[in-house]
Design a protein around this ligand. Structure first.
Ligand code: NDP
Length: 263
């Protein structure tokens, strides 16, 4: 029996155990996926090996710490310095990032997107900004504080803090802050968001399983919006594929993981 887990703080809201266990059960794969509330991110690696995990996912606020903890980082995670999937490969900790491609899967239905505003400047924002730039999409990043913005200007995004923000047109505005996750806060001052929402076609939130205050505001402005459920599904399918290596196929993983959303 192989053991997998999700690390985060908070982590009790996570649907990942249900999603991955549904796949393992339906496809008779001998594995179990649990959750670990990890407060101190510097303990990630030792906890991973102490629990004898075969693999794990990492959520708020440890994704950048996960990058630092890895013995080797592969693919897109190397570009962004953010890891959300860990694999135990012969006692070595290998890191990947499946969030960004998961998000691209989620917004396919919005059609062609040319200009994006990202709210927040954490790990998810980094992954999405780099992924958008890779596709030639123009990216602006708005964060409440200055301190995490320099990374984004270095990779070619337009940056502003709440103090320096000037309103523009966008095709899509994405909330990647944790505002609304365990509180009822908006990701930026209400007047600023009201203005932003008059100038965008679509809105997305990385938070799933609830209508956040930000999505509620988008709904009031009659803007097409979606929460983070499809992003969660997309990143989960890609993570599961890494967990099981070649033993299960992606189409079957998608079918059974999608079904877990109906539970
Ligand atoms: P981080 O902790 O790395 O970054 C959080 C960001 O949110 C920072 O920029 C921070 O600003 C900002 N922030 C936090 N609280 C507030 C607030 N009250 N008002 C305004 N800004 C705030 O988090 P992650 O990037 O790892 O995750 C962000 C969110 O995305 C989480 O809610 C997570 O659950 C969700 N997520 C969902 C996924 C899915 O599959 N659907 C996948 C990945 C993430 P500052 O720099 O000023 O501190």
């Amino acid at each position: 029996m192989r053991l997998f887990a999700i690390f985060g703080d908070p982590v009790s809201h996570s649907r990942s155990p249900l999603m991955h266990n549904s796949v393992f059960k339906a496809l008779n794969y001998k594995a179990c996926y649990t959750r670990v509330n990890l407060v101190d991110g510097s303990k990630l690696k030792e906890t991973f090996f102490a629990l004898k995990l075969s693999g794990a996912n990492v959520t708020v606020p440890h994704k950048e710490e996960a990058f630092r903890a890895c013995d080797e980082v592969r693919g897109f995670a190397k570009t962004v310095g953010v890891v959300n999937t860990l694999i135990n490969e012969n006692g070595k900790l290998i890191g990947y990032n499946t969030d960004a491609d998961g998000f691209m899967f989620a917004i396919e239905e919005f059609g062609s997107i040319q200009k994006v505003l990202i709210l927040g400047a954490g790990g998810t924002a980094k992954a999405l900004a780099s992924r958008f730039l890779q596709d030639g999409i123009k990216v602006s990043v708005l964060n409440r504080s200055e301190k995490r913005l320099s990374y984004f200007s270095e990779i070619g995004c337009e940056i502003s803090s709440w103090d320096s923000y000037k309103s523009k047109d966008y095709d899509l505005v994405v909330n990647t802050t944790s505002a609304g996750l365990k509180d009822e806060e908006l990701p930026a001052p209400k007047e600023m968001l009201e203005e932003i929402l008059t100038k965008t076609s679509f809105v997305a939130d990385a938070i799933y399983g609830k209508l956040t205050p930000f999505l509620t505001l988008a709904k009031e402005h009659n803007i097409t919006y979606k929460d983070g459920a499809d992003m969660l599904l997309g990143q989960g399918i890609l993570a599961n594929k890494l967990f099981v290596n070649k033993e299960l196929n992606k189409k079957d993983i998608k079918t059974h993981m999608q079904r877990s959303f109906e539970l």
